[in-house]
Design a protein around this ligand. Structure first.
Ligand SMILES: NC(=O)c1ccc[n+]([C@@H]2O[C@H](COP(=O)([O-])OP(=O)(O)OC[C@H]3O[C@@H](n4cnc5c(N)ncnc54)[C@H](O)[C@@H]3O)[C@@H](O)[C@H]2O)c1
Length: 297
């Protein structure tokens, strides 16, 4: 028996890399999977899942196209009669420093990541809300899942990634908003930041497969957390973000107030803020916060 028997999942950008591993594991755990990608590799992944005894169809479409993404949701419903899990994973990079970035580089990356995540959530939540509202009073809601993909660049700010890091940061906030909006319909929304060897980074030395020992950056190591978040075992996990890499899972703290000052029933002035600066920051540094991700292996 699989952890996802009887469930229907969409994985975006599942033609290769981390997304392919998610699609294969969700299928191995019993889900029927819609393998989305722009590329023909969606067909190859679907064939591989079927050859291993799983159930999958391919849907080749651009996740940043609002209407085409409506078609992706419809394909899952038309083929499998349900939709339980969306893994928003599709992505790409167009790195450049802020002073060199073109409008096209900005638009493409923000569209694929931010709009791509919002489009699946929009179309699926329309269906999920309608089905929840049509249930008889007191009937149990069907568990639904959105699993988004951010990046450490989005959490800590990656130089040369103004487009990518901004979109990925937005995805963390989007996850919280979806969690708050859709919980009443049985939907949880959570977010992962993977760190794994894919075509995005395979030329970087530290990502290379080691000669011996644990292959920490194998992309398949990210997928069990996605399958767990998709399963009924994680029904009470909502609005959370995790960094997932190798044998490590790191739960991120929700942004919290780190220091506060008050002017006492009168407006602040430039001088009075200066006078309270040390109280506002306490022992914290007032300059750029450190990159606080797990250490690199
Ligand atoms: N690999 C890492 O270490 C890492 C780190 C942080 C975040 N991520 C994120 O993980 C996700 C997967 O990345 P990956 O490393 O597997 O990259 P990848 O390039 O191997 O895979 C991305 C897939 O998305 C598809 N895609 C791109 N644009 C699309 C679109 N408009 N519509 C549909 N599909 C589209 C690509 O064709 C590709 O198959 C991305 O969101 C990425 O930003 C990866």
């Amino acid at each position: 028996m699989g952890a996802l028997d009887g469930k229907v999942a969409i994985v975006t950008g599942a033609g290769q890399g981390v997304g392919r591993c998610h699609a294969e594991l969700l299928a191995a755990e019993g889900a029927s999977v819609v393998v989305n990608d722009l590329a023909d590799s969606a067909l190859e992944v679907t064939a591989a899942i079927s050859a291993s005894g799983g159930t999958a169809i391919a849907h080749q479409s651009d996740i940043a196209n609002w209407d085409a993404t409506g078609g992706l949701i419809k394909a899952a419903l038309d083929t499998f009669g349900e939709l339980d899990i969306i893994v928003n994973n599709a992505g790409l990079l167009r790195d450049a420093m802020s002073f060199s970035m073109t409008e096209d580089q900005w638009d493409l990356v923000v569209d694929v990541h931010l709009k791509g995540h919002a489009a699946t959530a929009h179309h699926a939540s329309r269906y999920w809300r309608a089905t929840a509202k049509s249930l008889p009073e007191g009937a149990a809601l069907r568990p639904r899942r959105i699993i988004n993909t951010t990046s450490e660049s989005g959490l800590f700010g990656g130089p040369a990634q103004l487009n990518y890091g901004s979109a990925k940061g937005g995805i963390v906030t989007m996850t919280l908003i979806l969690a708050k909006e859709l919980g009443r319909y049985g939907v949880t929304a959570n977010c992962i930041a993977p760190r794994a060897r894919t075509q995005m980074n395979e030329s970087i030395d530290r990502f290379k497969k080691p000669e011996t020992g644990f292959d920490s950056y194998h992309p398949a190591h990210v997928s069990p957390m996605v399958a767990w978040l998709a399963s009924d075992a994680a029904s009470d996990v909502n609005g959370q973000t995790f960094i997932v890499t190798g044998d490590e899972i790191h739960r991120m703290a929700i942004p919290t107030v780190a220091g506060a000052i008050t002017a006492g029933d009168q407006p602040w002035t430039v001088d009075s803020i200066s006078a309270h600066k040390s109280q506002l920051f306490g022992s914290d540094s007032p300059t750029i916060p450190p990159w606080a991700g797990p250490p690199m292996r």
